[in-house]
Design a protein around this ligand. Structure first.
Ligand SMILES: Nc1nc2c(ncn2[C@@H]2O[C@H](COP(=O)(O)OP(=O)(O)OP(=O)(O)O)[C@@H](O)[C@H]2O)c(=O)[nH]1
Length: 560
């Protein structure tokens, strides 16, 4: 399904798999975060690809205007409104009560401009502010990235958290009653839904219940043919409740799994319409009563869902025309205002354009920052503040041992494939797949050797540095060579010194921001011989001498 591609694409795909073309200057501004993950070649006309390369935003419309191609991005205005919030945090070290005031104002404005209902905006802003000031520091994650993550989590919550699946009757047929105002897309949705369920292996039948618009019956018959689903019709002279009864009877006779009833829409909610719907509902005793609402109507859609729920009792909503110029108000307000979930969304006029409503993917599209979100999540998982501080302490006091080494390598493994993690780090995108495979292989070798060390050896690497016999034993038990063991021990000592050097670049001993770490690493690589490198080597020797008392004159590789 099309949407699947948007929230999970890792940054590597931007640079390696998909060609890319920069968005027209007429589209909303581009996130600086997203930019850092982008590649720069061009040429693709595929809509899916465009969605991906535009940093996971959905490009929905394509209109020629005065020779220029204008690409409308879903929720583009909301996305750029939120971007200005992150931008206000550039250069900040940590989120504070003071420095989030301005970004929160931007978030509030962006949501209101997107036509999100005011009480919803108020609650949202309050929830985000509270979390932002209490969030603390996560190693390697900048405050603006942290705010993106908090906003994302709250957006997901606002939209209901989990996907709200359709319910099926214990004994078939499952009956789905569709309701809604005129022109919202009910008839189209009826057929789309039948196709959607058919793809899940369910047999379906449609009932044409819109007796006020004869063309609607013809339309449903045509669409039914298109998706190859039978349509029950009884003309326009029969009451909708009676059509429902007959249709249901027919469906039972045919052992159909799901019956979908299309009903008439009105321009306004009126009593006759509600009474008629109530009659139909009573007759059908439906498993699902879904209100079809138009995303373009913004918070009005949420108000409608509330009214319909109070009047006839509904189980959820279907949001249509999400591919249009909707600003996001409907998607963000429906659940919070009405308490009823959006179950499905329509994203185009084709029969295939109906899909479940995934709050997390929707949030990802609104923010257009899937990569930043997954990076922050991974960092949160593996780099808890306490761990980072603990590690820092150890490094500063040169006590980084094999347990820490193992913890670190496992943390990297936990972060998923190393390649993905490296790809997420700006500036690290040029690591080749071969290098990555090599790195992953050496991690496994290291783990095997550390695992056979005694607890004492793990805590005091000096024991191994001093004793060829111990190294020999480790080699034997882990199935590796003595040279590999010696290299590992040497590596640990080198790492102590390297990390200590890196820590030196941090201001005030704080946990490093990613950029500092990157700069330090680049500086290290660029250092001319005889300066930092030379110093590091001598530091390394001192470190080794200090820890073991007496360096092995033959070096690790040469011992027996
Ligand atoms: N772009 C887009 N158009 C849609 C979508 N869903 C429906 N439409 C279009 O909206 C128009 C109205 O759809 P209908 O299915 O006739 O609407 P209805 O609610 O049955 O209308 P009434 O029978 O008058 O109440 C049609 O032109 C559909 O093609 C969607 O998700 N995206």
């Amino acid at each position: 399904m099309e949407s699947l591609t948007f929230s999970t694409v890792s940054s590597r795909h931007f640079s390696t798999t998909f060609p890319r073309k920069t968005t027209s200057s007429l589209t909303s501004s581009t996130s600086p975060h997203a930019l850092s993950f982008r590649s720069s070649n061009s040429s693709s006309s595929s809509r899916e690809l465009w969605g991906i390369v535009n940093s996971q935003r959905v490009v929905t419309g394509r209109r020629e205007r005065r020779g220029l191609i204008i690409r409308a991005e879903m929720f583009g205005q909301l996305t750029s409104g939120l971007e200005s919030a992150w931008n206000k945090l550039k250069g900040e070290e940590v989120l504070t009560k003071e420095n989030i005031v301005e970004p929160m104002r931007d978030i509030r404005r962006a949501l209101l401009e997107a036509d999100v209902s005011l009480p919803v905006v108020r609650r949202f802003v309050q929830a985000v502010s509270e979390q932002a000031v209490g969030v603390g520091v996560i190693r390697g994650v900048k405050p603006d990235q942290q705010l993106v993550k908090i906003v994302s989590d709250e957006l997901v919550k606002l939209m209901g958290g989990e996907v709200s699946e359709l319910t099926f009757a214990k004994s078939p047929p499952t009956v789905i009653l569709l309701a809604g105002l005129q022109g919202v897309g009910k008839t189209t949705v009826s057929a789309k839904l039948a196709l959607y369920l058919k793809k899940q292996g369910k047999s379906c039948m449609l009932i044409a219940g819109d007796v006020y618009r004869p063309a609607a019956i013809d339309q449903l018959v045509i669409l039914g043919k298109q998706v190859d689903v039978p349509v029950y019709t009884a003309g326009t002279d029969v009451k909708p409740a009676e059509i429902a009864r007959q249709g249901l009877q027919e469906a039972k006779k045919k052992n159909v799994d799901v019956v979908i009833m299309d009903t008439a829409g009105r321009l306004q909610i009126d009593k006759t319409m509600m009474d008629e719907l109530k009659d139909v509902k009573r007759t059908l005793n439906p498993t699902e009563v879904l209100l079809v609402v138009d995303a373009m109507t913004g918070q009005e859609a949420a108000a409608l869902v509330t009214t319909f729920n109070l009047e006839i009792g509904i189980t959820g909503a279907i949001l249509t025309k999400l591919d249009g110029d909707s600003r996001g108000g409907a998607a963000l307000s429906v659940k919070e205002v009405s308490g009823k979930p959006i179950k499905l969304v329509g994203r185009g006029e084709r029969m295939e354009d109906l899909e479940p409503f995934y709050p997390d993917r929707m949030a990802g599209r609104i923010l257009g920052m899937g990569d930043v979100l997954s990076f922050v999540e991974k960092a949160q998982e593996v780099m808890k503040q306490e761990d980072a501080e603990d590690l820092q302490q150890k490094i500063m006091s040169a006590k980084f041992d094999f347990n820490d080494f193992l913890k670190q390598t496992r943390a990297v493994a936990q972060m998923g494939s190393m390649s993905r993690v490296l790809g997420m780090i700006p500036g690290m995108g040029k690591v080749t797949p071969a290098q990555i495979r090599e790195a992953e292989k050496s991690l496994q070798i290291m783990e095997a050797m550390i695992e056979v060390m005694t607890p004492e050896e793990r805590e005091k690497p000096e024991l191994l540095a001093e004793s060829p016999a111990r190294r020999k034993r480790i080699a034997k038990e882990s199935g590796k060579t003595e040279q590999q063991v010696s290299q590992l021990v040497a590596q640990l000592f080198q790492m102590r010194v390297r990390m200590k050097n890196l820590m030196g670049v941090m201001q005030g001993g704080s946990v490093p921001a990613l950029s500092n770490l990157e700069e330090a690493m680049q500086a290290e690589q660029k250092a001319p011989p005889g300066t930092a490198r030379r110093k590091r080597r001598s530091d390394s020797r001192k470190q080794f001498a200090g820890s073991s008392g007496r360096p092995n004159p033959r070096g690790f590789g040469g011992g027996n």
